[in-house]
Ligand binder design. Structure first.
Ligand SMILES: NC(=O)c1ccc[n+]([C@@H]2O[C@H](COP(=O)([O-])OP(=O)(O)OC[C@H]3O[C@@H](n4cnc5c(N)ncnc54)[C@H](OP(=O)(O)O)[C@@H]3O)[C@@H](O)[C@H]2O)c1
Length: 302
C-alpha cells in the first residue's frame, strides 16, 4: 500500500521512493496579501504578505519544528511564495524538500486559469528555479491539466525538465484516476495533490489508486480551511476523547486513512503550525476513524 517499506517510521514517507519527508508538511499559499484583504475561500493570494518578516519567521519555525515538505506554486502571489521560501530556507538543509507547481496563470487577483502550453511550463519551471535559488526542483506539479493540450505534451514538458536534471520528481494536481494513468504512461508520477479532507471525499478512487502504486497523495485544504476547528462538531467530540484539538484530529484522520497521505496544512500562526504537526502523535482507534468517516462524511453529503 505504500513505498515506505524501508522505513519503520510511520511519520515518514519516501517521495518518489528516494526523498524522505515528514508526513505533515506545510502549505505556503496562505502566506500572502495583507490586512483588510479577503481571507478563506475569497483570499486573493495575489501579493507578498504585508508582514514579510513574520512570514519568513514562520517558515523558519516550521523547518525548526521538523517540517520537511514545503508546498508552494508559481501562481501564489505571482511567485512571491517561492521567493519567501528561498529567503527563509535557502540553501534548504535539514532534509527540507520544496514542491512547487506550474500550469496556472493569474491574469487578475480573482482568476486562476490553467495554461498547459509545454513552452510555458518550461519557462515557468525556469523562473521557479531562479526564485527558489536552486538548480533542481524537488517536486514539480502540473498545477492543472489544460484540456487544450494533450496530456502527453504537458507531462512531457515536465519529463524533459526531469531528464535535464532540473526537476527531481513530477506531480499532478486535481486529477482523476484516468488522467493519472494517462500521465503515468508518459513519466513516473511521484505525487498527486487533490482537494480531499474528512468532509470532502470526491477523490477516494484516487487515494486508493495512488496507494497501490507508491504515489504520495497530498490532500489540499486538509483542515477544510479551518472548518474542522468547530468546537461543537463531530470532529471536536472525537478530539476530546483522544486529548487532541479538532484540527489535529482531522489531520490524524487523514494520516490514519492511508500511509501514503501527506497533508500540507496552511497557517499564518506559529501556534497552529505546531499544533498541526502534533497530529503525527495522535492515534485514532478504528472505531473513532470509522465514526468520523460516517458522521462527517454523511453530514457533508460526500
Ligand atoms: N493544488 C491546488 O490546487 C491547491 C489548492 C489550494 C491549496 N493548495 C495547497 O494546500 C495547502 C493547504 O491549503 P490551505 O492552506 O488553503 O487550507 P487548510 O490547510 O485546509 O486551511 C488553512 C486555513 O485553516 C486555518 N488553520 C490551519 N490550522 C489551523 C488550526 N490548527 N486551527 C484552526 N485553524 C487552522 C488557517 O488559519 P490560520 O492562519 O488562522 O491558522 C487557514 O485559514 C495550501 O497552503 C497550498 O500549499 C493547493
Amino acid at each position: 500500500m505504500t513505498n515506505n517499506a524501508n522505513s519503520s517510521d510511520t511519520t515518514i514517507f519516501e517521495l518518489g521512493g528516494d526523498l524522505p519527508v515528514r508526513r505533515v508538511g506545510y502549505g505556503t499559499m496562505r502566506l500572502a496579501d495583507g490586512p483588510g484583504d479577503p481571507t478563506g475561500p475569497e483570499a486573493r493570494i495575489w501579493t507578498a504578505p504585508a508582514d514579510r518578516a513574520a512570514a519568513v519567521g514562520l517558515l523558519r519555525t516550521a523547518a525548526e519544528a521538523g517540517v520537511t515538505l514545503f508546498d508552494t506554486a508559481d501562481a501564489y502571489a505571482l511567485g512571491a511564495g517561492e521567493e519567501l521560501l528561498a529567503e527563509a530556507l535557502h540553501p534548504y538543509g535539514n532534509g527540507v524538500a520544496v514542491a512547487t507547481k506550474a500550469g496556472v496563470v493569474r491574469p487578475s487577483p480573482t482568476e486562476w486559469v490553467p495554461l498547459g502550453h509545454p513552452a510555458y511550463l518550461r519557462q515557468q519551471a525556469e523562473l521557479s528555479l531562479r526564485r527558489l535559488r536552486t538548480e533542481r526542483i524537488d517536486l514539480l506539479y502540473l498545477h492543472r491539466l489544460d484540456e487544450r493540450f494533450p496530456v502527453a505534451e504537458q507531462v512531457g514538458a515536465l519529463k524533459q525538465l526531469q531528464e535535464e536534471g532540473k526537476v527531481r520528481h513530477i506531480g499532478l494536481s486535481e486529477v482523476t484516476v484516468a488522467q493519472l494513468e494517462e500521465a503515468e504512461a508518459v513519466a513516473p508520477i511521484a505525487a498527486v495533490q487533490n482537494l480531499y479532507n474528512l468532509a470532502t471525499r470526491d477523490h477516494e478512487a484516487v487515494v486508493d489508486h495512488t496507494a497501490g502504486r507508491g504515489i504520495a497523495f497530498v490532500p489540499f485544504f486538509p483542515v477544510a480551511m479551518g472548518g474542522h476547528a468547530d468546537p461543537d462538531g463531530p470532529v471536536a467530540r472525537v478530539a476530546r476523547e483522544v486529548g487532541a484539538t479538532p484540527s489535529q484530529t482531522a489531520l490524524a484522520w487523514l494520516l490514519h486513512r492511508a500511509p501514503h497521505i501527506l497533508p500540507i496544512p496552511g497557517t499564518s500562526s506559529a501556534a497552529h503550525l505546531v499544533e498541526n504537526l502534533g497530529a503525527l502523535d495522535v492515534a485514532l482507534t478504528e472505531e473513532q476513524f470509522a465514526r468520523l468517516d460516517r458522521e462527517v462524511g454523511a453530514s457533508s453529503g460526500s
